[in-house]
Write a protein of this length. Structure first.
Length: 385
């Protein structure tokens, strides 16, 4: 009775929400629920007079699958899931309710459950797309996103922006390649799942595996992940420590990967752009530093960001851009000798030697022991004579 009331309450609540959406002309796409059928043993099996225990049905499903009776196996796996007395996985009635509500309100329905089955070995969803009993893997979530995107495209409810001339495969490839997710994030996810599945209801307390056997920490990144999942540091601190570790080892790709994750999570925290650009400038990776300096500059220009954008433009022989940004830097801070020195370089390139000398003199007045500026000053004095 409690179970039936739960299903009715779900359907009633969904009905009220969809009714409000319909009245306000809100476009809605409904999706069915998928779960781990093949690789999740029932949590709790009970005997009653009407149905067999869930665990026995699950084992029958395994036997059917082993004998290549896939349709029978799928049916038995679903039956075992519905018989599971600990209903952590949505029963089949939930998907029936979703489909019925979509039809009642004339809303689109995407059958995620069916797509997951199609993309799974033996056409039965298991650990291939599920991290546990019902949460999808990263790949699983990407598939869900793709399903909803295609339906939005079909219904013409995507934002009305000018589309890029890319097909779906190219778009997916770009999205996956640029998705901010690193080895640290993978390890954190893996460790969390290990902890989750090493406790009730997956295993009883007496069968828990000790940490010494559950985890084998190979390097500092593993140690960071381990400390994070046991709340010895927060997510932000963990990623910052990993970034520092990679920077110290001159692993620039891994360093920028971690910083991209932080920036993706906190896109208006300017300190992350500044720190990334500063490290890259120290490593003399000016092309990559230029990207982060520009991103930072889009949020709020600073004397530092405009100075280095100007210097890199000068190095690239983009003289007008260099002049623009270096002057912008001076408008924020007139006491940076490096800016004046590089402006001198701009005017040398423009053959305006008197202006260049004026700039380099200013640089030296701010920093008397500036060897490069002193050398340029002497050269300019000779040219002007």
């Amino acid at each position: 009775e409690i179970y039936k009331k739960g299903i009715e309450q779900f359907a009633g609540n969904m009905h009220d929400i969809l009714e409000m959406a319909k009245k306000q002309n809100v476009p809605v796409i409904l999706g069915t629920l998928a779960c781990n059928l093949k690789d999740q043993f029932p949590f709790v099996s009970i005997k009653d007079n009407n149905n067999p225990p869930a665990d026995k049905v699950y084992l029958q499903a395994k036997e059917s699958l082993a004998s290549n009776s896939r349709k029978i196996a799928d049916s038995l796996f679903r039956f075992a899931k519905d018989l599971d007395a600990l209903r952590f996985r949505a029963p089949s009635e939930i998907n029936k309710s979703i489909i019925n509500l979509g039809r009642e309100f004339n809303y689109a329905i995407v059958n995620i459950d069916s797509v997951f089955e199609t993309l799974s070995p033996d056409h039965i969803t298991g650990d291939n797309l599920m991290t546990d009993h019902l949460h999808p893997t990263l790949k699983g979530y990407q598939i869900i996103g793709d399903i909803f995107y295609k339906e939005m495209e079909k219904l013409k409810i995507l934002p009305k922006t000018k589309p890029k001339n890319w097909n779906d495969i190219e778009q997916d490839s770009i999205t996956v390649t640029n998705f901010p997710f690193t080895r640290l994030d993978t390890i954190i996810s893996d460790f969390r799942i290990r902890v989750l599945k090493n406790d009730w209801p997956y295993v009883n307390k007496e069968n828990k595996i000790p940490d010494s056997k559950l985890f084998h920490l190979k390097d500092y990144i593993d140690t960071i992940a381990y400390n994070l999942i046991y709340d010895r540091m927060n997510w932000e601190a963990a990623h910052s420590k990993a970034a520092n570790w990679y920077a110290e080892r001159n692993d620039i790709n891994s360093f920028t990967g971690i910083m991209n994750v932080l920036i993706s999570q906190y896109p208006i925290v300017t300190e992350y752009y500044d720190y990334t650009a500063n490290i890259l400038l120290e490593k003399k990776d000016y092309d990559m530093a230029y990207y982060y300096l520009n991103k930072r500059n889009e949020i709020e220009p600073t004397a530092y960001s405009t100075k280095w954008i100007g210097i890199i433009n000068l190095f690239r022989n983009h003289i007008d851009n260099a002049e623009e940004y270096l002057n912008e830097s001076l408008s924020i801070d007139k006491n940076d000798s490096q800016v004046w020195y590089n402006l001198a370089g701009v005017y040398v390139n423009k053959n305006n030697y008197s202006k260049a000398l004026e700039m380099v003199n200013k640089a030296i007045s701010l920093q008397s022991n500036y060897p490069e500026a002193i050398a340029l000053q002497k050269q300019l004095q000779q040219v002007i004579k």
